[in-house]
Design a protein around this ligand. Structure first.
Ligand code: GSH
Length: 218
């Protein structure tokens, strides 16, 4: 099995966390962000994650929808995947979109300096993202605005956290939430509250997740 992914992409992180939790072996391929050809050839659009299931599976063998990929991998339904059909998943999606907006504004200017990027993919990413969000320099100059907004959301989130999100067991909701928050570990001097940090560490441990492991393995 093969996963094509971007390290910074929360939807890709979802799949990596699920693969880790399920302890499944796969080939990890971090695509340069400016590689348009590979995703277009595989799926007809430039969007990751792309997952290639083992040859011989009856269903189609590639997918690029994180939740579908996870549902198919999680054959014993350890993550309670039916939760994505409940109304509370809609609520979580609204929360994720609030979190995602601030996390992206804060972290994109830093993600581009992580080992995932080279000069050409950094330029491609910056040019593309600055169209929507404005110059990265301005995002950093206005960081307090995004940090205040994020901290307010995180304060509200805390009341929903027991050991896990609205649950004492890890579910698909935690995979979605933790993967959206994870990028903030890159932001200089940012600290999650003790409660959220411990929560993320619990998810990390169960999912055997190492953010940049692709760059440090033998
Ligand atoms: N619905 C998809 C969303 C995946 C997605 O939005 N991926 C983004 C990266 S975070 C992407 O590949 N966008 C195209 C691009 O950035 O060029 C999923 O859940 O897998």
């Amino acid at each position: 099995m093969k996963l094509y992914h971007y390290v910074h992409c929360p939807f890709c992180v979802r799949v990596r966390m699920a693969l880790g939790l399920l302890n499944l072996e796969y080939k990890s391929i971090v695509l340069p962000y400016d590689d348009e050809k590979t995703p277009l050839d595989l799926m007809g659009k430039k969007m990751l994650p792309i997952f290639e299931f083992k040859d011989g599976d009856e269903d189609e063998t590639t997918s690029n929808e994180s939740l579908q990929i996870i549902q198919r991998l999680d054959q014993r339904n350890i993550l309670k995947n039916e939760l994505i059909k409940e109304p509370r998943f809609k609520e979580l999606e609204e929360l994720l979109s609030k979190i995602g907006s601030d996390v992206h504004s804060l972290c994109m200017p830093y993600w581009i300096w992580t080992p995932e990027f080279n000069d050409s993919s950094r330029k491609y990413f910056t040019d593309k993202k600055e169209v929507k969000r404005g110059p990265f320099k301005k995002l950093i100059q206005n960081k307090d605005q995004y940090l205040n907004s994020l901290n307010k959301t995180l304060e509200e989130l805390e009341s929903e956290l027991g050991d896990f999100y609205q649950s004492d067991e890890l579910t698909i909701l935690d995979i979605c939430l933790a993967s959206h928050l994870w990028g903030m570990y890159i932001f200089p001097e940012f600290q999650f509250s003790e409660k959220i940090d411990q929560y993320l560490k619990r998810v990390k441990s169960l999912t055997r997740f190492e953010y940049h492991e692709d760059f440090w393995k033998d």
